[in-house]
Ligand binder design. Structure first.
Ligand SMILES: [Mg+2]
Length: 283
C-alpha cells in the first residue's frame, strides 16, 4: 500500500490530469487552487495521515481530514479515488446530476472520505475543532488535519475558531493555509490584505510553521511530519504553505484567472502535454 516518493511524484501528475479532465468535461469547477494543492493532498494521503479503508464516518483511532475551502473538490476527489476510497471511474461523474461528486463536497451523497459539507467558506476549522476535542474526550490520540484558502481567512468565523483553539488548548490539530496569494477576484493583497499572517497566527496562540516550497512534494511531507512533532504541547499547530495557483500548467500560473474556470479542448491538450505520463492515463 505504501508508495515510494517516485511513485507519489508520478501520482501528482496523474492527479493534475484528473483535475483538468474533470473540470473540462463539465466546463465548470475550480482547477487553480486544486492544482496548487496537489502536493499537499498527495503528501497527506500518501505518507502523513493514518487512516483505514473502507472509510467509516466515525473514524475512531484514525486521523481525520477536513477540507474547508470546498471549491477545490477536484483535487480532493481525485486524491480519494487514487488512494482507493472509491473507484477512479466515478471521477467522470463530477458535477453531474445525481453524482456523489458534487461541485462542493457534501455528506448526504455518502462519498467515502467526505466528512463535512464545505464550500460556504470559513466553517471548516470550527467543525474540525469540535472533532479534535471529541477525540480527546474519547481517549483517541489521533490527529485532525484541515486545509483553508488564504482568501478564506477573510471570513470572520475563521478568527473566532483560531482564538477558540488556543484558548481551549486544542493541540491535536494541524491546520494548513494554502498561501497562494490569490483568490477568485484577484490577489489577496488587493482584495483584502492578510497583512503579516505569520505574526497574526502567533498572536492568536498557535504554533506557526511555514514552508516556502508548497509544490515540492518532499518539502510538504517534511513540514507535515515536523508539524506532527509539535502536537501535544498545549497549542494548536498551523502551517503557512506557499503554493502556486495553477501549478503544473504554464498558462494557469501567475494569475487568479483560473481560480474557477475550465480549460477548453485546445487548452486541455496543451496542459496534458505538460503533464506527460509514461503509462497511458486510466482517467
Ligand atoms: Mg488563495
Amino acid at each position: 500500500m505504501s508508495k515510494s516518493i517516485e511513485e507519489l511524484k508520478s501520482l501528482t501528475t496523474q492527479i493534475r490530469r484528473d483535475i483538468l479532465r474533470m473540470v473540462h468535461a463539465v466546463n465548470s469547477g475550480h482547477p487553480g487552487g486544486s492544482l496548487g494543492c496537489t502536493e499537499y493532498f498527495t503528501a497527506l494521503y500518501g505518507k502523513v495521515m493514518n487512516y483505514n479503508l473502507p472509510f467509516t464516518m466515525e473514524g475512531k483511532n484514525e486521523d481525520h481530514f477536513y477540507l474547508s475551502n470546498g471549491h477545490i473538490s477536484p483535487v480532493f476527489y481525485s486524491t480519494l479515488a487514487r488512494f482507493e476510497f472509491f473507484p477512479v471511474a466515478e471521477l467522470s461523474t463530477f458535477r453531474k446530476l445525481d453524482s456523489r461528486l458534487q461541485g462542493h463536497p457534501t455528506t448526504h451523497e455518502g462519498l467515502p472520505g467526505i466528512r463535512i459539507a464545505s464550500g460556504s467558506l470559513g466553517q471548516g476549522l470550527s467543525v474540525a475543532l469540535g472533532v479534535a476535542q471529541g477525540k480527546k474526550l474519547d481517549g483517541d490520540d489521533s490527529l485532525v488535519y484541515t486545509l483553508h484558502g488564504d482568501g478564506e481567512l477573510q471570513e470572520g468565523q475563521v478568527w473566532e475558531a483560531l482564538m477558540y483553539a488556543a484558548a481551549k488548548k486544542v493541540d491535536n490539530i494541524i491546520s494548513t493555509i494554502d498561501y497562494n496569494g490569490r483568490q477568485i477576484d484577484g490577489d489577496t493583497d488587493d482584495v483584502l490584505s492578510l497583512g503579516n499572517l505569520h505574526a497574526k497566527l502567533e498572536a492568536f496562540g498557535w504554533i506557526v510553521l511555514e514552508e516556502k516550497n508548497g509544490n515540492d512534494l518532499e518539502a510538504v511531507i517534511a513540514i507535515l511530519e515536523r508539524a506532527k512533532t509539535e502536537t501535544g504541547n498545549g497549542k494548536p499547530v498551523v502551517i503557512i504553505l506557499h503554493t502556486e495557483m495553477g501549478n503544473g500548467v504554464d498558462y494557469m500560473m501567475g494569475s487568479h484567472a483560473w481560480h474557477g474556470k475550465a480549460p477548453n479542448d485546445e487548452q486541455l491538450d496543451t496542459a496534458f502535454k505538460q503533464l506527460y505520463l509514461e503509462a497511458p492515463a486510466d482517467y
